[in-house]
Design a protein around this ligand. Structure first.
Ligand code: NAP
Length: 456
């Protein structure tokens, strides 16, 4: 597992990083544990908040260089990289401002004496994070947990090592003591060793189902709590009374944002019959309008996928879908004449239940299009998935939208928009999309000890 930056736009290797040795890993674990015990857990909320708020300020001041690293390492359009930097700063600020309130002691009403529930930190946490939003994913994990008084160690995806280092440097520049935030360039074997280590108290992973299953199993053997933020295949439901233009616009950004490489991307577009033809015509026209180019150039609208391997995977899935009877309405192949990992924006139709695509997550600009008779059929199709992350419903009748939202088996439903993330909104799923929540008040409660103090 080499840690290597490769620019997905031109395939050039930018930098390679050595994995650390077992002895270096031991030093880092010792440092993190000692930072927790002798320093960070004893700091006041105000002291911790000062570090996080400073990190947010530095991120904003250095937004351009932070954003350029994302674009260089995983190919995101520069405007979207800047958006990610701004969101990450907002998450740091949000917890700096609200953590003390979220974790305030709770006085219980009890027939006699006194009972209090206090939230105390549990120790060193380990996070395994993906490349698709290299700072946002880390901020979601680190900000609430640092504010709760835990310290964090992060194994980032091996394709974004410069972003991983930049975030660690940011925390140090912001005044975090050594060991409060530690980046780890480690192998999968070392990941297992870290999970086994008694100094690690809990584990969070964002990534694929496969990685989640391995890491959660290892943590389970050690009786350590985990949160799992895994894949998704969100349904984007358009009802007969929807604002068609708004729905098309949202479906385009929902499917195409981050070149389709988002867990909550609008992957299954489900439209009722009465609107299906008109929707599809506009949706196809919009997808065919994307222009590939250098993601660093503000004029470019279509960025490459994160790697040639990711492209090959996606092309293989499209091939499998077609072999299973799907029709390619537009796209379906690699964009030729580009050195980078560019995939044509693609729409697949005629996907029946026996098609492998029906149950798969397509991590790139490939929309699965379904037409259904009515809203009941839309809900049934939405729920006929191993995943349960997010979803969208388009209707001009908000109460109808809410009723439908309650019937969808996911952790999040968005009415009249694609999925979005904001510091104050809980993020997470059910079924194979994982468990636990990040962000909001819920996200800071996952790894604290809710300690009862009873006075008789
Ligand atoms: P991935 O392969 O699972 O990688 C995620 C992280 O897990 C990386 O740091 C990776 O390290 C590590 N990893 C992979 N296999 C491992 C193993 N056996 N043991 C220990 N660590 C392991 O995920 P991906 O395919 O790059 O990312 C896309 C997936 O993540 C999609 O399914 C997407 O939907 C999901 N995702 C979910 C959310 C959410 O919040 N629910 C957000 C974003 C992405 P290496 O890079 O070194 O392999």
């Amino acid at each position: 597992m080499a840690y290597q930056s490769t620019n997905p736009y031109d395939g050039k290797v930018l930098q390679t990083f050595e994995q650390i040795s077992d002895a270096q890993l031991e030093e880092k674990l010792t440092q993190a544990a000692s930072c927790f015990e002798s320093d960070w857990r004893h700091k006041s909320f105000a002291e911790r908040a000062a570090v996080l708020a400073r990190a947010a300020t530095l991120l904003r001041e250095r937004a351009q260089s932070f954003a350029e690293l994302v674009t260089l390492e995983m190919g995101k359009l520069i405007a979207q990289s800047l958006g990610e930097v701004a969101l990450s700063a907002a998450i740091l600020d949000y917890y700096a401002e609200n953590a003390e309130r979220f974790l305030a002691p709770e006085k219980l009403s009890t027939p006699r004496g006194e009972a209090l529930v206090e939230s105390s930190p549990i120790g060193v946490l380990f996070g395994v994070e993906p490349w698709n939003y290299p700072y946002y994913q880390i901020a979601r994990f680190a900000a609430p947990n640092l504010m709760a008084g835990n310290v964090v160690m992060v194994k980032h995806a091996s394709s974004v090592p410069q972003c991983a280092q930049a975030f660690e440097r940011l925390m140090i520049d912001a005044g975090a003591p050594a060991g409060a935030y530690t980046n780890l360039f480690i192998s999968k074997e070392q990941v297992a060793r870290v999970i086994d280590d008694t100094r690690i108290r809990a584990v969070a992973l964002t990534g694929s189902e496969a990685a989640g299953a391995v890491v959660a199993a290892r943590a389970g053997q050690n009786l350590k709590k985990t949160t799992m933020e895994l894949g998704g295949s969100d349904a984007f439901i358009v009802l007969d009374d929807a604002d068609l233009d708004k729905a098309v616009k949202s479906a385009v950004s929902g499917r195409m944002g981050n070149s389709g490489q988002a867990c909550t991307a609008s992957k299954r577009i489900i439209v009722v019959d009465s609107l299906a033809d008109r929707f599809l015509e506009k949706f196809q026209a919009a997808l065919e309008n994307f222009q590939p180019g250098d993601p660093m150039d503000k004029q470019t609208t279509l960025a490459p996928l994160s790697s040639v391997d990711a492209l090959k995977n996606l092309l293989g899935q499209v091939e499998g879908a077609v072999a299973g009877g799907a029709r390619v309405l537009t796209g379906g192949g690699r964009i030729e004449g580009q050195a980078g990992a560019f995939m044509q924006p693609t729409i697949l139709t005629d996907i029946d239940k026996s098609n492998p695509a029906y149950m798969q997550e397509f991590f790139g600009p490939v929309a699965l299009f379904f037409r259904v008779a009515d809203e009941d059929a839309a809900v049934a199709l939405a729920n006929d998935s191993p995943f349960g992350l997010g979803g969208s419903v388009f209707t001009q009748d908000i109460e109808r939208g809410k009723r439908l939202a309650r019937r969808i088996d996911t952790g999040m439903v968005f009415i009249n928009s694609g999925a979005s993330s904001s510091p104050e909104l809980p993020f997470g799923g059910v079924k194979n999309s994982g468990y636990g929540r990040e962000l909001s008040g819920a996200g800071i409660q996952e790894f604290v000890n809710k300690k009862l103090i009873r006075v008789s």
